[in-house]
Design a protein around this ligand. Structure first.
Ligand SMILES: Nc1nc2c(ncn2[C@@H]2O[C@H](COP(=O)(O)OP(=O)(O)OP(=O)(O)O)[C@@H](O)[C@H]2O)c(=O)[nH]1
Ligand SMILES: [Mg+2]
Length: 391
């Protein structure tokens, strides 16, 4: 599957940069392309120049709102981010169209952090704009949810997140939710290593996007997972998970591949990795709420047999009984077995509901504060009503 990737704001741009790097890896390791164009859109000129892989010209690093913000961002005011994106959406679309292989793209993927200003406000606006322009291609969002410490120190964090989630989910074909806090939990040292978190966020997409683009027969599985399967799976609220296991590179001569014992070890390993993918989902949710799901098993051809694929399917069916499940197997190089899982069309996401209800009280407080200020101002005006004016 080939994507046009557009990152908005600092978070989105950095993750789009990571996708550009992923494409470099696919090209050099596998001779295939999975990204037809990677773009970064920001109101902040300095952040744009800090990227590494996205082409450094003005058509790939698109500065918006230059006049309004002087190239210094919107300081977490996502209404301003939205307004600027509305004014400059044409600039973004003009850039995308120049991508050399644009017409080979299967879908758009737009990415932003929900808690900031530029990305949070720009994401739903640009998504809507692209959907209107390219009705035949699905438009997906990755929305990155803030760290816990950001939520507790700044009310605007929750409010921005809630408005971004609500607006984006009403226009995007699917919203893939990624919770920053989950990645800290996995490895606390990551708190100070956002680059590593970004690499973990994009890793599940590598085999997922590559599988359908393979040309060599030895890398085409019994059930090829292609763009069609992914498009059929991605609907509404979505999470993604990834698990992997190293395999011994050398097989001892007495280890007979066909033996019953060997087969059951492989199945066991497959289940273990699937279990890891489910426990490490990009956001905590209840798999039973999923109406669609997908899994991709990548492993050396001789480690993969239909029993493993079938067992993985049964495992997923058990935890997501309502879901229509699509699957694929992807024969890859020696030494690694990995599983990517997508749970989609989730009927409930507790974390999203939480943002909505918390920000509802915030809206109430903001209007109350505003009314108090207005009342005080009226008081001053009243007190000065008999003073002559110089104007
Ligand atoms: N995973 C990840 N999260 C990030 C990254 N950069 C920022 N964030 C998160 O994204 C949110 C802030 O969004 P930013 O992208 O910095 O804000 P922005 O869209 O540039 O908006 P303004 O700076 O307000 O104009 C916070 O919750 C950060 O924790 C990143 O590179 N990776
Ligand atoms: Mg910024």
């Amino acid at each position: 599957m080939k994507l046009v990737v557009i990152g908005l704001g600092q978070c989105g741009s950095r993750i789009a940069d990571e996708f550009a790097r992923l494409n470099g890896r696919a090209r050099s390791q596998r001779g295939i392309e999975i990204i037809t164009g990677a773009f970064a859109v920001n109101t902040d000129a300095t952040d744009l120049s800090g990227l590494q892989t996205i082409k450094a010209d003005y058509q790939h690093r698109v500065l918006i709102g230059g006049r309004k913000t002087g190239g210094h961002g919107v300081g977490k005011i996502n209404e301003l981010g939205a307004e600027i994106a509305r004014e400059d959406a044409d600039k973004v679309v003009d850039s995308i169209r120049t991508a050399r292989h644009f017409y080979e793209s299967d879908a758009f993927l737009l990415i932003a952090g929900a808690a900031g200003g530029t990305g949070s406000g720009g994401l739903p606006v640009v998504t809507q704009y692209i959907k209107d322009r390219y009705a035949d291609k699905p438009v997906y969002n990755i929305i990155v949810l803030p760290f816990e410490h950001e939520e507790s120190t700044e009310d605007r964090t929750v409010y921005n997140t809630a408005t971004c989630l609500k607006s984006s989910s009403s226009v995007a074909d699917a919203v893939i939710l990624v919770d920053n806090q989950r990645y800290v939990r996995k490895d606390f040292s990551l708190k100070n290593n956002i680059i590593k978190i970004n690499a973990l966020i994009v890793e599940p997409f590598y085999n997922l996007l590559c599988a359908g683009e393979e040309k060599k027969a030895k890398h085409i599985g019994a059930k090829l997972l292609d763009a069609g399967d992914i498009i059929q799976t991605l609907v509404g609220w979505t999470v993604i998970g990834y698990g992997k296991s190293q395999l011994p590179l050398l097989r001892l001569p007495f280890e007979r591949t066909r033996s019953f014992r060997k087969k059951s070890t492989e199945t066991h390993k497959g289940i273990q990795v699937m279990d890891e993918a489910i426990s490490e989902l990009s956001l905590r949710c209840n798999p039973a709420d999923a109406s669609r799901a997908l899994y991709l098993l990548s492993a050396p051809a001789r480690e993969m047999n239909m029993d493993v694929v079938k067992e993985l399917g049964e495992y997923l069916k058990d935890i997501a009984p309502k879901a229509i499940i699509r699957n694929g197997d992807y024969p890859r190089e020696r030494g690694m077995l990995d599983v990517t899982v997508i749970l989609s069309e989730l009927s409930d996401v507790e974390k999203v509901r939480q943002y909505y209800s918390e920000s509802a009280t915030f809206i109430h407080e903001v209007t109350k504060k505003q009314e108090e200020v207005e009342k005080k101002l009226r008081g001053i005006d009243e007190a000065g009503k008999d003073i002559p004016s110089l104007l």
